[in-house]
Each structure stands twice: as structure tokens, then as C-alpha cells.
Ligand binder design. Structure first.
Ligand code: FES
Ligand code: MG
Length: 571
């Protein structure tokens, strides 16, 4: 074994009282002395929780990781961290992303760990773990939980994106309540996270494109035995990474972030990618801006024919070659010399991949859709920017002027959206305020608000919608999101009124409010900031320190890293 200075020796390698305390209480788990004897101690940071159904199989996955760690001569220790379940947490799991990242950061730093395996699945569990680990910067590898098998209902394939269609069908009275309930079980029929290119799969692709996971991590289905093989291989690998002292800061260069943006465009990844990538960059000290997301996306066509931008599911994606096949296709656009967790460059990794199905992973020459990526909009409606995912939007609405129908908050929207006398038609622009980071709080996924019932009944399927909130990665429509500054902190978005004209002009990257500057100034003078939900506790910390969406909605004081050193003992 290569000579390495193990961080864990500052605990288990000690003599006297301190060594006694560090070692003796570990022994109550039935661990023999030799386990502490200079082996790399590898933490398995587990987001297992029955309240995070997408990650509920992670105890089993951890066993596979452990096998790999033992085989490589390491000593595994599994520990829980706050797990963020997208479906159950109110008001939104995003409110807790930064909190979970603090849990992860402090748990890693405070403990005798030489390396860490991050078990990530449901949307926020990936960015929170990666953000936390980056702020410590010891050798780190990500193992994702994998997507669910494709849902099946009456002979058709279904996934989370269909939920939005079912919601419309119920509103239009085209579906019975009984069928709606049956669909729940048909859609979520196996372990794993959402089966489309929603945020969880986007995050799994992001870590693979960044080089933080072994090849193929993004697409192997949760129920496929090869997911366990990957977990075991990751366990083997992390021990080597400790010996090589290969840390996140060695992998996460500026070029690696560019690769992630390029890849996200090609796969039609979630708009949530923007917030999480910016937050991760902030932790490693890479100066990445919202504009960079647009800059590196523009020339990249959409290659993956996956819902919500296309037709197929994550399972199909794996069988078609998975993310490595996409990276291979993108070779001329990528920084191919970026190093990954297996010490190989991304090029050395993707060169071994194969395309299996061009209907699912298209070529750059004949892409699935020339339009891709996430476009960053600028204009007087969003002084610090906003985003839209054109591949999930309606082409005919991408240059559109319409009258604003304004909802002051989510309660206002819910109360009035289906009123017969709501003054709205298909050319209107629906505006939802106060669903931003501070305003909601936590920036929920309500931006793709359902259309008014009376327009759905007329057969309208899409309208321009604008908010300071987010949209589920499984959602679609001509939906402008992440308006910054958000309504709750002032700015032009706060003072939009019913009937104002708004122009969305995607080719020119513009979002314009047709109200003269002087009038906007006057409205702002009379604007009263809404009361924020911040009486005490974590929500108080959140609303007082969260940054705006264009900066990734991290806490200001969490940007950067504190390293892994702890000099003082506990007794
Ligand atoms: Fe967990 Fe979609 S709800 S990934
Ligand atoms: Mg989601």
C-alpha cells in the first residue's frame, strides 16, 4: 500500500486518553483493532430515508459500496445526513438545500474521514451533498441511486412529466378520479427517482459530466443490478482516490463547469441545474455567472430525445448508450482533457462508449432539436436575469407580446385562476409574484402554473408564464423562471400590474415590460415590501441570508470552503 498521510490518524492513530476515546467507543460496534490500523476511513454519506421515497433503497446501495471499500483495503463508516424528499416536504425541499449542505459539510469535517462517498438521488440530495463536500474538499465520489423503471399504463409508457397532462385532463373532466389514482401506482412502480430527464436525472448527469462519478453513473436504472456493481466499483475507487489525494478541487475546474453546461444543453436538463451549478461553483471558488449558462449552451443542439423535451425515458437512455454516448457525440465542444474521479480524462472514458439507438441519442449533425439548453433573458422586467428552457416551450410563443394577468402570490393564483370572470385569453401573459427564494420562502416549483380551466376547455395547451419561482425539471411549457430580483425584494418585477404589456423575445434574449421608466420609479416609491416568513429558527436564517436566484440561492456565508482541518480535540 502506498504511504499516505491519512487524516483519520489524527483520531485513531492517537495514544493516551484521546486515542482511547476515539477508538473505544467504535469498538462497541464489534470492530476489531486492525480496522483502525492505518486504513483509509471512508464515510458513506447516506440520504436514505423513507420520507425520501426516491432514496429509500440506499441502505442496500450502501452495502455494495462497503464491499468495494473493504476489497480495496479501506474501512467504511456509513452515516446519515438530512435527506430532502421532493414530494413530501413543505413548503418546498429547496428551502432546505442549504441546510442539508451545512449538515453534510460539518459532518464530514468533524469526523475522522479520509474520503467520502455521496449517495444521492432525489433532486436536492445531489446538490446539497456536493455543495457540502466541496466546502470540505477531501476525496469525494458520487453514487446516484438511479431512475425508476418506465411507468406503464394501459400499454403506454409514462413518467413524471405526464402528471402535468393528467392534471389538465382532470380539470377538463377528460379523466376519472379512479383512473387518476390508478396512475399513481403505474407511474411509480419501482425503486428510484423520476424516470424522465427531471432534476434528479439532470443532477446525476451533472455529476458525471463534472467528473465527480464513475462513467455510467447517470443512467443505470435503480432496479438494474448494474447499479449495485457501479456502487461497489465506486467503493473500490474512493480508496484509491484517497491514496492519490484526488480531491473535488482537482476535478472541479472552470473547464469542468463548462462541460456540465454544454452537456446539460444536449440532454435537455432541468432549469434547476442553473441554481445548483452556480451554488456548487460558489463553494469551490469558481467565478461562474448566470450568463455563462447561456454562453456555453447556445451552440449545442438537443441530442437526447427524453421527456420532458422529447419522448423517451431514463431507462431507454441507458439502453441507448447513456451519458457517455452523449459526451462522445459532444467531443468537439467539450474540454476533453478534464480529469475525473477515476483519474482518466473524460475523453479516455467516453471513447469506450457506444451508441445503440440514434432515435434516443441523436448526432450533432442530425440533432433531435436544433434548439436546446437554458436561455438567459435580460431586460427591464428582470434586471438580474431570468431563465427559460426553449426545448420544453412552444415555438410560436417564443416571440410574444401579451397583457399581464398578475397573481400577487400563490394563494391569489389558486383563488382566481379558474374563475369564469378572470380577464384572460390565450394571448395573455400569466405573472406569478412572491414565489422567489425569500418570498415563498424557498422558491417552490410552481412556475409552470396550470392554465385557466376555461382556456383548457377551449383546447389551449400553452401560454407564456413568468415567475420568480422554479419549475419541476419534469415540467414543460413557455415558462420564464427565476426572475431576479424576486418580487419580495423590490425591483421592476414587484410592480407589474394587470394589463401591462410584456414582450418575451427569445431570439434576442429579452424580457421587456412596456412601462416607462418614470412610471416604474413612481410605482416603486409606493411599493411596500411584503412581510417575510421569518419569525425565528432556520427560516429566519434563510430569508435573511439567501442570495438571489442569479447567484444560485446559496447563503452568502456558505460560499467558498473552510477545508478539512480541525486542530482541537473534544475532551
Ligand atoms: Fe424524487 Fe422526482 S420526486 S426525483
Ligand atoms: Mg422536482
Amino acid at each position: 500500500m502506498k504511504e499516505v498521510n491519512l487524516r483519520s490518524r489524527a483520531w485513531f492513530g492517537r495514544k493516551g486518553k484521546d486515542g482511547f476515546v476515539y477508538r473505544a467507543w467504535m469498538k462497541n460496534q464489534g470492530i476489531p483493532d486492525y480496522e483502525f490500523d492505518g486504513k483509509p476511513v471512508i464515510g458513506i454519506c447516506n440520504t436514505w430515508s423513507e420520507l425520501t421515497p426516491c432514496n429509500a433503497h440506499f441502505r442496500e446501495l450502501a452495502e455494495s459500496v462497503k464491499r468495494g471499500i473493504y476489497q480495496a483495503g479501506g474501512f467504511p463508516v456509513e452515516f446519515p445526513v438530512m435527506s430532502l424528499g421532493e414530494t413530501l416536504m413543505k413548503p418546498t425541499a429547496m428551502l432546505y438545500r442549504n441546510l442539508a449542505s451545512m449538515d453534510v459539510e460539518e459532518s464530514i469535517r468533524a469526523n475522522p474521514l479520509d474520503g467520502v462517498v455521496l449517495l444521492c438521488g432525489c433532486d436536492k440530495t445531489t446538490p446539497s451533498l456536493v455543495m457540502g463536500a466541496c466546502s470540505v474538499d477531501i476525496p469525494t465520489i458520487v453514487v446516484s441511486g438511479g431512475a425508476m423503471l418506465t411507468g406503464r399504463h394501459k400499454g403506454t409508457s409514462i413518467g413524471t412529466s405526464d402528471l402535468w397532462r393528467y392534471q389538465a385532463a382532470i380539470k377538463e373532466e377528460k379523466m376519472s378520479q379512479e383512473e387518476f389514482v390508478t396512475l399513481e401506482g403505474s407511474m411509480c412502480r419501482s425503486r428510484g427517482h423520476c424516470a424522465v430527464m427531471g432534476t434528479a436525472s439532470t443532477m446525476a448527469c451533472m455529476v458525471e459530466a463534472l467528473g465527480l462519478s464513475l462513467p455510467n453513473n447517470a443512467a443505470i436504472p435503480a432496479a438494474d443490478a448494474r447499479r449495485k456493481v457501479l456502487a461497489q466499483l465506486s467503493g473500490l475507487r474512493i480508496v484509491e482516490m484517497v491514496k492519490d489525494d484526488l480531491k473535488p478541487s482537482d476535478i472541479l475546474t472552470r473547464k469542468a463547469f463548462e462541460n456540465a453546461i454544454i452537456t446539460n444543453a444536449a440532454i435537455g436538463g432541468s432549469t434547476n441545474f442553473v441554481l445548483h451549478l452556480l451554488a456548487i461553483a460558489g463553494r469551490v471558488g469558481i467565478d461562474l455567472t448566470l450568463q455563462d449558462i447561456d454562453t456555453y449552451s447556445t451552440k449545442i443542439p438537443l441530442l437526447a430525445n427524453l421527456q420532458p423535451s422529447g419522448k423517451f425515458f431514463m431507462e431507454d437512455f441507458y439502453y441507448a448508450g447513456g451519458l457517455q454516448a452523449v459526451l462522445k457525440e459532444l467531443a468537439e465542444h467539450l474540454n476533453t482533457d478534464c480529469i475525473t474521479v477515476n483519474s482518466k480524462t473524460i475523453k479516455e472514458n467516453f471513447e469506450r462508449s457506444e451508441f445503440v439507438n440514434r432515435e434516443i441519442i441523436a448526432s450533432v449533425i442530425e440533432p433531435f432539436n436544433a434548439i436546446s439548453g437554458i436561455v438567459v433573458l435580460n431586460g427591464n422586467l428582470c434586471e438580474n436575469g431570468a431563465v427559460i428552457k426553449p426545448s420544453a416551450a412552444s415555438a410560436e410563443l417564443l416571440q410574444h407580446t401579451g397583457k399581464a394577468v398578475v397573481f400577487e402570490d400563490i394563494e391569489d393564483y389558486k383563488e382566481r385562476i379558474d374563475n369564469d370572470d378572470l380577464d384572460v385569453d390565450e394571448s395573455s401573459v400569466m405573472v406569478l409574484k412572491n414565489v422567489g427564494p425569500k418570498g415563498y420562502p424557498g422558491m417552490p416549483e410552481v412556475g409552470n402554473m396550470a392554465l385557466p380551466k376555461k382556456l383548457l376547455m377551449k383546447g389551449v395547451t400553452d401560454m407564456v408564464r413568468i415567475s420568480d419561482g422554479r419549475m419541476s425539471g419534469t415540467g414543460f411549457g413557455t415558462v420564464v423562471l427565476h426572475v431576479s430580483p424576486e418580487a419580495a425584494v423590490g425591483g421592476n418585477f414587484s410592480v407589474i400590474k394587470n394589463g401591462d404589456l410584456i414582450t418575451l423575445d427569445l431570439p434576442n434574449r429579452s424580457l421587456h415590460l412596456h412601462v416607462p421608466d418614470e412610471e416604474l420609479e413612481e410605482r416603486k416609491q409606493n411599493w411596500k415590501a411584503p412581510a417575510l416568513a421569518s419569525e425565528r429558527g432556520y427560516v429566519n436564517l434563510y430569508t435573511s441570508t439567501v442570495q438571489q436566484a442569479h447567484l444560485g440561492a446559496d447563503f452568502e456565508f456558505l460560499r467558498g470552503k473552510s477545508g478539512s482541518e480541525i486542530t482541537r480535540d473534544s475532551h
